[in-house]
Ligand binder design. Structure first.
Ligand SMILES: *Cc1c(COP(=O)(O)O)cnc(C)c1O
Length: 342
C-alpha cells in the first residue's frame, strides 16, 4: 500500500496551518507569541496541539508508541477525518459491515462519499469474501467494528485478518467496546498491518462520554496525515487534564469493568428466563441485544415506565431487536422486573 497515493490530492499537497505552539516548543519564561491574555492561568494558554503528555500516558498503558496515537473530539473526529483525508467526494467509496454503528454512514453522507453495505450473516459474522467482493479500485476505507454495535458480538479474527491482508486501502477497526471483551485487541498487532486504524474511546469503559475523547492507533504515517488536517487545538485543556486524572486512577476503571461484566452475566441469565424475551444474543460488550415479538410495543411499554432502551427494530437483521445497556445492579433489576410484568 502506498499511503501517499491513497490520499486525496488536495490533502497530499496541503500545507497545514502552523500555530504559535508548533513553531516554538521549548521552555521559556515569557510567552508573547500567541496573542494570549497573560491572566487567568492555566486556561489563558492554548493547549498542546499534539497532546504529547497525554499520549505518552496512553502509550504506557496500551504498549504502543505515542507517535502511533491520535486523539480527537470523541471517535467521531477520527471517523470524519479519515473520510476527509482519503475519500474524494462523488468519486471514491467505502465498504462497511451491516448492521453496525451509524456514524460511519452519517459521515459518508456528510462528505458525499458512496457507502457500501455488506451484510453480516445470521450469526452477525463477517464474511471476508463478501466484503472484499464489494470493494473496487475506488474503495478507500473499510469499516469494521468489533465487538460490533448493535449486535454485541466480536468479529472472527481470521476474517478480519483476511480483510487486512487483501484490501489495499485503509481498514478501520472500531474497538470502542474492547475493554468488555474476553478477546484480545488488535493493538499489539498494529505493526503487522500498515493499513490498520484502530479506534478506541474514553466514552464507554472509562466512563467519560462527556469529556469527548477518542483515540485512533495507526502507523506513524497515517497519524501524521490525521494531525495535518485536524483543527489545531482539537482536544481542549480540561479534557486533557481530566483524561490524565482518569489514567492516574486506572484501577477505578478496571473496577467498573469488573462490576459491569458481573452484571452483564447476571442480566443475561435473567433475560433468558423472561417469557417476552425470545432470544438473547451473545455479547462481548457492555450491552446486550435481545429479540422480542413486538419491539415497538415493548419499547413503548418500558418508556412509559421511565426505562429507556435502544429500539433497533428497523435496523437490518435486527427485526424485533432491543439493545439494552448494562447499568447499575438496581437499574438492571428495574428493567428485569418491568420485562417480567409483560
Ligand atoms: C459508543 C461508540 C463509539 C464512541 O464514540 P465517541 O465519539 O468516542 O463517544 C465509537 N464507536 C462505536 C461503535 C460506539 O458504539
Amino acid at each position: 500500500m502506498d499511503l501517499q497515493q491513497l490520499l486525496r490530492a488536495n490533502i497530499r499537497k496541503l500545507h497545514p496551518y502552523s500555530c504559535a505552539r508548533d513553531e516554538f516548543k521549548g521552555e521559556a519564561s515569557v510567552f508573547l507569541d500567541a496573542n494570549e491574555n497573560p491572566y487567568n492561568a492555566p486556561f489563558n494558554r492554548y493547549p498542546d496541539p499534539l497532546q504529547i503528555k497525554l499520549k505518552q500516558r496512553i502509550s504506557a498503558l496500551k504498549g504502543v508508541a505515542w507517535e502511533n496515537v491520535f486523539l480527537g473530539n470523541g471517535s467521531d473526529e477520527p471517523i470524519d477525518l479519515l473520510y476527509r483525508a482519503f475519500c474524494e467526494p462523488r468519486v471514491d467509496n467505502v465498504v462497511a459491515i451491516e448492521p453496525t454503528y451509524g456514524m460511519y454512514k452519517v459521515c459518508a453522507d456528510i462528505n458525499d462519499v458512496e457507502y457500501r453495505k455488506v451484510l453480516l450473516d445470521e450469526g452477525f459474522e463477517l464474511s471476508s469474501a463478501n466484503l472484499l467482493a464489494a470493494t473496487d479500485a475506488h474503495t478507500k476505507l473499510v469499516w469494521l467494528c468489533s465487538p460490533n454495535n448493535p449486535t454485541g458480538n466480536s468479529l472472527n479474527v481470521v476474517e478480519v485478518e483476511t480483510v487486512l491482508r487483501n484490501f489495499h486501502g485503509i481498514v478501520v477497526l472500531d474497538e470502542a467496546y474492547i475493554d468488555f471483551s474476553a478477546r484480545k485487541s488488535f493493538l499489539c498487532r498494529l505493526h503487522e498491518f500498515p493499513n490498520l486504524v484502530i479506534l478506541q474511546t474514553f466514552s464507554k469503559a472509562w466512563g467519560s462520554a462527556a469529556i469527548r475523547l477518542g483515540m485512533a492507533f495507526a502507523s506513524e504515517e497515517i497519524i501524521q496525515v490525521l494531525n495535518k488536517i485536524k483543527y489545531p487545538y482539537n482536544v481542549n485543556l480540561l479534557t486533557q487534564q481530566q483524561a490524565l486524572d482518569l489514567l492516574n486512577h486506572a484501577d477505578r476503571t478496571r473496577e467498573w469493568v469488573k462490576i459491569l461484566l458481573e452484571e452483564r452475566a447476571r442480566l443475561l441469565e435473567e433475560l433468558a428466563d423472561i417469557p417476552v424475551v425470545r432470544h438473547v444474543y451473545p455479547t462481548d460488550a457492555n450491552f446486550v441485544l435481545v429479540r422480542v415479538p413486538d419491539a415497538d410495543a415493548v419499547y413503548s411499554y418500558l418508556t412509559n415506565k421511565g426505562i429507556i432502551v435502544r429500539n433497533r427494530n428497523k435496523v437490518t437483521l435486527c427485526h424485533g431487536g432491543l439493545r439494552i445497556t448494562v447499568g447499575t445492579p438496581e437499574e438492571n433489576e428495574t428493567l428485569v422486573q418491568a420485562l417480567k410484568g409483560i
